[in-house]
Write a protein that binds this ligand. Structure first.
Ligand code: GLN
Length: 307
């Protein structure tokens, strides 16, 4: 398949939509980003990459980090993890508090904020300190990207902490139900540091390969997860990766995927490739407007949906 021509065509077709989204201004450090930007990359199992747009530009991965922290938590706790976090879609916004109250402090899934904060708490328990939990997630992301240059943006992390009332409220609510072990500020601070990591679409499409290949990096041959764990992560991405727009994403794109409010989206074509798009303007559910459209065009043009 002529992937380069296909993604070039997609870039042309989505460009009139770049003005339609809205950048995430609830994180002040992200509010000033020029939304007139777009990138798309794919990486095949032999390492061949195809890209269009600003595919080397680093952006805040935000909730895409939830895929990587969930991977490590699943690796260490396996199905015991589901004692503290579910794997059902929430049908609610990513930062919603109401369901968490009804459901006695147990987050619906690891891809909403409450779930990822809870996963971070489990990782802090496993690694012993916040610092090690942060460094191990970073080390894992560098390994699956095969790129040691990846770092967090301290200004973004501090900006999130300063304005993180809702995430602190979610953590406090879980703590009140005895479903958070460590100090609220420590857990949320570590979670923000993972969210503030910066990557490009080239790096992210490479990083997704282990999930396209049953938990094994097809280039380096490293095993990260069992095939069954890897399939479970893809299932949770498909059903929960886009919050209350997860059904729309499955319907229109038809791939396991995960978005972040930095405007990035990652997706997996099982047995074929890792994919990533970025465009900072978001739709009403907090997912990249142009990125979602680009992935929809991609599966339409290539037939590479899982359905
Ligand atoms: N959807 C997202 O990307 C949200 C992540 C962001 N750090 C937050 O906690 O609000």
């Amino acid at each position: 398949m002529d992937y380069q021509s296909i993604i070039n065509e997609i870039a042309d077709e989505v460009s009139p939509l770049l003005k339609d989204g809205k950048v995430a201004d609830y994180i002040p450090a992200l509010a000033g980003i020029n939304q007139n930007q777009f990138a798309m990359s794919l990486t095949l199992f032999d390492g061949t990459q195809f890209s269009v747009g600003q595919a080397d530009t680093l952006f805040s991965i935000q909730s895409i980090s939830k895929v990587f922290s969930f991977t490590l938590a699943l690796k260490f706790y396996n199905t015991d993890l589901y004692k503290r976090i579910g794997h059902e879609p929430s049908g609610n916004p990513f930062n919603s508090l109401v369901q968490l109250e009804y459901e006695h402090g147990k987050p619906r899934n690891p891809f909403i904020n409450a779930g990822a904060i809870n996963v971070t708490d489990a990782l802090i328990n496993h690694y012993g300190t916040c610092k090690t939990a942060y460094e191990e997630v970073l080390g894992f992301i560098r390994a699956i990207s095969d790129d040691e240059s990846i770092c967090s943006n301290e200004i973004v992390a501090a900006s999130e902490m300063e304005h993180g009332y809702r995430n602190l409220a979610l953590a406090n609510l879980m703590k009140s139900f005895n479903n958070l072990d460590n100090r609220v500020e420590d857990v949320v601070g570590t979670y923000f540091k993972h969210c503030s990591l910066e990557m490009s679409t080239k790096m992210l499409s490479r990083a997704m390969l282990y999930l396209a290949n049953d938990g094994v990096d097809p280039i380096l041959g490293v095993t990260y997860l069992t095939p069954s764990q890897s399939r479970r992560i893809n299932a949770v991405m498909l059903t929960c990766g886009h919050y209350d727009a997860s059904g729309d994403f499955a319907f229109n794109v038809g791939l396991p995927g995960k978005s972040g409010v930095g405007g990035g989206i990652v997706a997996v074509v099982p047995n074929v490739m890792g994919l990533s798009v970025w465009s900072p303007g978001l739709n009403a559910q907090g997912n990249s407007l142009v990125g979602t459209k680009a992935l929809e065009l991609f599966t339409d043009k290539t037939g590479l949906s899982i359905f």
